[in-house]
Write a protein that binds this ligand. Structure first.
Ligand code: 5GP
Length: 194
């Protein structure tokens, strides 16, 4: 997605080889118009996937996921990054290691929001090691639903998440695929334009 790449180059900041700051348009201040275009782009890419529900991880996935769900006319469900005090048969929970906080957290979902037979499109802001995505997949599949696809706004393809998800058989669509970063340097794969 050309406009997204342009914004990453213009406003993003690689603080080292591993971490990209995009807090002026994606995960602190949010460019809602850009999110709308991102939602339309995911909706087009997954139009053939028979999606029944869009799922995301709080909080930075919510803006792109909401716009995707709006475009597709589907409900959106947010996986909560907190442990449920009342663990019951109605709740599924799994531990995920946070890339940004360098610490584990509990990802939680109530079964009544994802059903057996659902085909879920998982949307998140970043894909790095894949821990958040695999955690979300565990919860979705534990509810008896199927993961129809994974859309990530920015994928750092030099980190292992993308390859691991594809090896596991999941369809992953990144809108911007970064192949290398360093202080002041951001390089993209050639084949991710729309
Ligand atoms: P993973 O679980 O794939 O290692 O990391 C994905 C999660 O970590 C995303 O939901 C995102 O919030 C956060 N994340 C990973 N890499 C970056 C990054 O370079 N910059 C920012 N701002 N967040 C990141």
């Amino acid at each position: 997605m050309e406009e997204l790449r342009r914004r990453i180059l213009q406003d993003g900041r690689a603080i080292n080889e591993q971490v990209l700051l995009v807090d002026s348009f994606l995960n602190h201040q949010v460019d809602v118009k850009l999110m709308q275009e991102i939602g339309a782009c995911f909706a087009a890419r997954f139009a053939d996937a028979g999606v029944t529900r869009v799922v995301t991880v709080e909080s930075s996935g919510i803006a792109p996921a909401a716009m995707t769900a709006l475009d597709m006319g589907l409900p959106m469900v947010i996986l909560k990054k907190s442990a449920s005090m009342i663990l019951s048969d109605d709740t599924v929970q799994t531990e995920v290691f946070s890339f940004t906080k360098n610490a584990p957290y509990q990802l939680t979902l109530k079964r009544r929001f994802v059903h057996p037979g659902d085909r879920v499109l998982l949307i998140d802001d970043f894909l790095a090691n894949g821990a958040a995505a695999f955690g979300a997949i565990r919860l979705i599949e534990r509810c008896g639903a199927e993961v129809a696809g994974i859309g990530t706004v920015i994928c750092k393809a030099f980190q292992p998440g993308l390859a691991r998800l594809r090896e596991a058989g999941y369809r992953v669509e990144p809108l911007a695929e970064i192949t290398r970063m360093d202080e002041g340097v951001i390089e993209f794969a050639d084949d991710n334009g729309v």
